[in-house]
Every structure is written in C-alpha cells, then in structure tokens.
Design a protein around this ligand. Sequence first.
Ligand SMILES: Nc1ncnc2c1ncn2[C@@H]1O[C@H](COP(=O)(O)OP(=O)(O)OP(=O)(O)O)[C@@H](O)[C@H]1O
Length: 272
Amino acid sequence: MSSEPAQGPGATPARAGVAVAVADLTVRLDGALIVDSVDLDVAEGEWVTVIGPNGAGKSTALRAVAGLLPFQGSVHLHGHPLDRLHRRERAKAIAVVVQNPVVPVGMTVFDYILLGRTPYIPPLGRESATDLAAVDEELTALDLVPFAGRRLDTLSGGERQRVFLARALAQGARILLLDEPTSALDIGHQQEVLELVDHLRAERGLTVLATMHDLSTAGEYADRMVLLSGGRVVAAGTPTEVLTEANLAEHYRVKVRVIPGGHGPLVVAVRS
Ligand SMILES: Nc1ncnc2c1ncn2[C@@H]1O[C@H](COP(=O)(O)OP(=O)(O)OP(=O)(O)O)[C@@H](O)[C@H]1O
C-alpha cells in the first residue's frame, strides 16, 4: 500500500465531512489490473452503493478500502491515511461485512458477535463488561436476543446476515462496508436488512459504502451510486443519474426499462 498524497479529482482527504476518501485506487491481482484509478468520496452519514456487472471489480475495490488487499493510490478514513492506522485503530474506524464470511465451526451467535470487540480486548486479556454490554446492545438492536446461545450454523440465511451485521456494529466503527449484504436473502429479508442498516445509519450517524446487484433496491437506499465497469468508474451520481437505460445497456449489455420510483428508479430487464 502507498501513502502518497491523494491525486485524483475530488480527492481532498482531510476535507471536513468526508468519511471515506479514495483517490486513484488501483489494484492488481496476480498481475491483472482489476481496479483502475478509482476516485470515490463518501460523506459522513452518506450511503454510497457501488454497482456494476459481474467481475467489474466491486468486491476488490471494497476489500482494498477495508485494508484487506494491497493497493496503489490512497484511502483516507475521516482524514487519516488507511495505511498509517494500526490494525486496531482501523478496526475501530471501519467495519466490513464480506460476502460469505468464514464462520468458526460450532460458534454461538453471542461469541461470534463478541469477535467484533477484538480491537478493544488487550492481547492475552479478557473481554470487559463494556464488551459484553456492546454484544447485548447489538443482540437487542438486531432482534437477535432469542438466538444468542444458538450455533450460527443452525440459523437461516436472513438470521445469519443479521448476525454478521451485529458483529460489524459491535466493532463500534462509524464506517460500514457491506459487500452484497442481501445476496442470499428473499425480497422480504432483503428489505428488512436494508431498512435496519438505514435506521442504524440515522440513529448512530454511520456512513455506508456497499456493493449490490439488485439495481432497483440499490437505488432505493443509496444517496449516491457509482457504476464500475472493467475496474473503472464509468458513472457516478444520484440513483436517477446513474440508473439510466443508456448506462445499463452499455455496461450490463441488457435492454432495460427505467421507471421513476418513490426513492430511486425501478429497473426492469425487458426481452429484446
Ligand atoms: N487472484 C486473482 N487473480 C486474477 N484475477 C482475479 C483474482 N481474484 C479476482 N480476480 C478477478 O477480478 C475480477 C473482479 O472480481 P470482483 O470479485 O472484484 O468483481 P465483482 O464486481 O465484485 O464481481 P461479482 O459481481 O461477480 O461479485 C474478476 O474478473 C475476477 O476473476
């Protein structure tokens, strides 16, 4: 990772009110260019969703912002360069829900959420009363109290997704990265999880950076969207500005109809 000063347009990392400042982000994996010179700012309290076709580089970009992958360019979190934050400070600043997290076999819901408190527990130390209270708070906030003693592998997809979110929230970070948070969920549970995130965003002043495939749902919740294609930002703006028939035809290679909706446009694929 490099800590060079931000270079791209709109990349003034220390600017007040910017929670995530990404400038000229470039990621190569095994020599292949996967994310190409991406600039992206997320204001404090804002919800930005990255969309794009399969293989566009959405997850890779998100993982880089989370510090999970080496990259070139710069990422600043609330003005602090990501690569100068120690692992614990980083975990207190930004929490990630990845796709299909690895779950330790046999772990209970309570113990899994407690893992979110790791940055607060001293090496070789034990969790404090504050850590246990934080887990209780998230169990209550996400309606998981009856599941606390259950093994995670006995939960339904929707219940498990709430637990993943609870663990991330227990970290106490003000920035939440969500990679496809609703991919395994039916339409009702998708809405439930996204409403919950939106509610917690307002209540706790969280900033959300997400990736999503369902374009209509993504547009419903995002303040702004970024369309990634071939690792590059090809459109950015409000859902109405990004979810256009022309943008989607060009980058998803699909004929769609875009219908003005309540919060964001509704996108329907049509047979050609
Ligand atoms: N280690 C690697 N070496 C080379 N290419 C890789 C490696 N890991 C991932 N890729 C490629 O990077 C590209 C982007 O992957 P990524 O998962 O970021 O895309 P995505 O937009 O999140 O896709 P999806 O919507 O399918 O989840 C894909 O073409 C993938 O095959």
